[in-house]
Design a protein around this ligand. Sequence first.
Ligand SMILES: Nc1ncnc2c1ncn2[C@@H]1O[C@H](COP(=O)(O)OP(=O)(O)OP(=O)(O)O)[C@@H](O)[C@H]1O
Ligand SMILES: [Mg+2]
Length: 420
Amino acid sequence: MQPKIQVKNVTKVFGDHPERALELLDEGLGRKEILQRTGQTVGIQNVCFDVAQGEILVVMGLSGCGKSTLIRCLNRLIEPTSGEVVIDGEDILKLSNEKVLERRRRKFGMVFQNFALFPHRTILDNAGFGLEIGGADKATRDAKATEALKLVGLDGWEQSYPSQLSGGMQQRVGLARALAVDPDILLMDEAFSALDPLIRRDMQDELLALQSRVKKTIVFITHDLDEALRLGDRIVLMKDGYVVQIGTPEDILTSPATRYVERFVEDVDKTQVLTAGALMHDPKIRVTPNDGPRTALHKMDQESFYSVFVTQRDGTLEGYVWAEDAAEAVKRKEKTLEGLIQRDHYAVKPDESLGTLFQMLVDTRIPLAVVDDHGKLLGTIVKTQVLAALADAQPDRENTNEEEGEPAQTQEAPDAKVGA
Ligand SMILES: Nc1ncnc2c1ncn2[C@@H]1O[C@H](COP(=O)(O)OP(=O)(O)OP(=O)(O)O)[C@@H](O)[C@H]1O
Ligand SMILES: [Mg+2]
């Protein structure tokens, strides 16, 4: 499918002589030197990425790295110096001003930090403002604004004035204003940054809930890594005007591309971000209830496993069987595994966080089963993998382990090995 947004080599130079800066950029000079030599400020340089329809792409980086410049280039509120911005297959940098204005109104909604509401307009009129600019009549405006306010949880506040609303609620009006025009694309620049932490988390949750219903394409800017990790399907990490890394939250955490990214992610509690889906491995072996004990035993033997998960033919997880029990059943000449299946295993969904998994692994002698919504076995997680991920997440702890005498792995019971 064609990406909703394609950003191709976009560069923005602020100043009267961008061509000088472009030359020096080509020669490989950095932002600082270019400013010293030419007086031109490189806002962003050679930025490339795609945004898929329905995706939340988060752009993050420190203050001044070019986030706002980038997001404003997407709807030409800032005119890029070079490059292409392709929206739905159309390079909007090639459009006439008139057309750009039309596209901007129809396709984009914007939400900023400290969203300025009109103090003397009602909440309803504030939410309908984008439609008003677009020339919609009062009845249409009110109908759509009412609906948008409902989406952000503000029904009942239509006739109030901004001063009567808390900061968080005002920010929701900003979101409603953007949603009221029913844009395909939402551009959100530090939209939640001015809110206090608890309200900010609520807003993040609500945005995710909203997104699962309305399926917009969202470019969300933040300088907060936790926010980026919570919201982003993918994250674009920027530094000094260029892109350092693009990847899923897990990519960024588990394989930071540079020392810069590494420093960014050092403080994050990875146990909250790494998920079962990221940690699981294919179950190497599995059996069905109708398999014989000898078959099961043979499969376990081959992998030196002490137990094996049992699934139906369609993959639905039933339970597991101990190698010991299978061996006994062979002696008793039993034909199937039916009577041997244990069901006290943990089954988790792929989005379960490492923190929770760790608790379960402490409790169980067999691996965790990762299942989909229909209960089908997707993969397994063994203790050693989780410990490795945790050790990786907390490099400072390495020394502590040594003091305790034994490396973590040897404490793992041998029976913890199953189909991993
Ligand atoms: N209109 C402008 N004229 C000149 N320089 C500008 C202009 N707008 C931005 N810049 C410069 O471009 C660079 C990137 O600025 P930008 O506002 O995009 O950063 P940002 O990542 O959004 O920062 P923040 O997190 O503080 O909002 C900065 O060096 C800034 O000074
Ligand atoms: Mg900014």
